[in-house]
Design a protein around this ligand. Sequence first.
Ligand code: NAD
Ligand code: SF4
Length: 440
Amino acid sequence: MARLLEHINVPGIETFDVYRKHGGYKSVEKALKTMTPDEVTEEVKKSGLRGRGGAGFPAGMKWSFLDRKSDKPRYLVCNADESEPGTFKDRYLMEKIPHVLIEGMITSSYALGAKTSYIYVRGEYMYIIRILEKAIQEAHANGFLGKNILGTDYSLELYVQPGGGAYICGEETALLESLEGKRGNPRLKPPFPAVAGLYASPTVVNNVETISAVCSIVNESGDEYAKIGIGKSTGTKLISASGHINKPGVYEIDLGLPVEEFIYSDKYCGGIWKGRKLKAVVAGGSSVPILPADLILKTAKGEPRLMSYESLSDGGFATGTMLGSGGFIVMDETACIVRNLWTFTRFYHHESCGQCSPCREGTGWMEKVLHRIEHGHGHMEDIDLLVDVAKKIEGNTICPLGDAAAWPVASAIRHFREEFEYHVRYPEKVKNPKHFELEP
Ligand code: NAD
Ligand code: SF4
């Protein structure tokens, strides 16, 4: 059952009054008037909620890492720098129902003991920034922000900060650097932000969807929330579905839904467009492996693949999960994997901050080699060269951008090697930009 998008189609739901009439801000009242901050954190732990930005790290555990003994101020920072290719679910949520994020920010800030909190929004989402600022003003005017919220002794100020305009500013430590007014370069971890984050103070950085989910968890209890989903993938998840499907859009699913149902059911993607066949899927934004049709529908063990952190985790890469940011990109049989990979790699090369050599140089090399293969100038040995460069990047960089650039390359060659070889063997054919269109 929808939690975040339950009232998305109610006219005027973006305003405080309508949102409030539909049960909005109840979690703030419940938390501030009847629960201690530790009790709220306990509910989030019990819910099993995992980070919805991409890494899937347990939110309650992250909250409990916050250094509460420090005499420095504590901060909650919302990562709304949504920039992962194929990912647009946070934008949808903030645009349509901004108060769910403001409510989640207040309840979560209370749990963490933060008196000042920030929402760092992707710079290109300028209109969203205005929507959020209006929502914050309304919350202030109704006593949900500012001094002595709802007559309690808890006070909070909430600010919206426009992002620096680079993909890397979404990496949590780069985001904190940018929020401090510096160039958004990732920091070495540890220390993690929970110990030394914004202005070297204890900080929790959570994604928009993660913070918004806290409202339902506090309202209905962590145990109730944990009943939705499967195994350690609890709750609902927003999925941004795009590519060659009949019904692209943002869907809220219960975790554990079979991937096949998500792609083919009319309730969600509605099947592959133009009656074509499914070729490949990138399930969690461009930073995860590309899987061929047979492997996205069934696991290597032949079990139905589920939309869950665990089921989407055997793509042949060491860490993380292919559920990622929930950017579900579907490719039909006419898609050219080499061109797709070249596009992804060009993006990572452009967005590399340049601090570490394997990422700065490696993404550039991969882009050049992919460009020549795609444009009919490749050599057979280029294919293994790509795998070699990807291996040298993986695990050898400061932040996950290096890994994110390497995984799609390694997985595409593992699963679609013959397509790379075809490009090398038949350069004249691939020089035609429509070389992978179906014959009429
Ligand atoms: P990560 O696994 O390094 O960290 C996850 C979170 O857990 C971080 O907040 C980190 O501080 C915290 N953490 C981990 N170990 C900890 C410890 N020992 N003590 C305290 N805190 C700890 O991953 P990440 O860099 O946060 O995220 C990478 C993911 O981001 C990728 O998998 C990708 O899918 C996703 N991503 C999303 C977008 C987007 O637009 N939504 C963009 C780029 C990447
Ligand atoms: Fe910068 Fe790339 Fe190193 Fe990340 S991996 S710090 S983006 S150079």
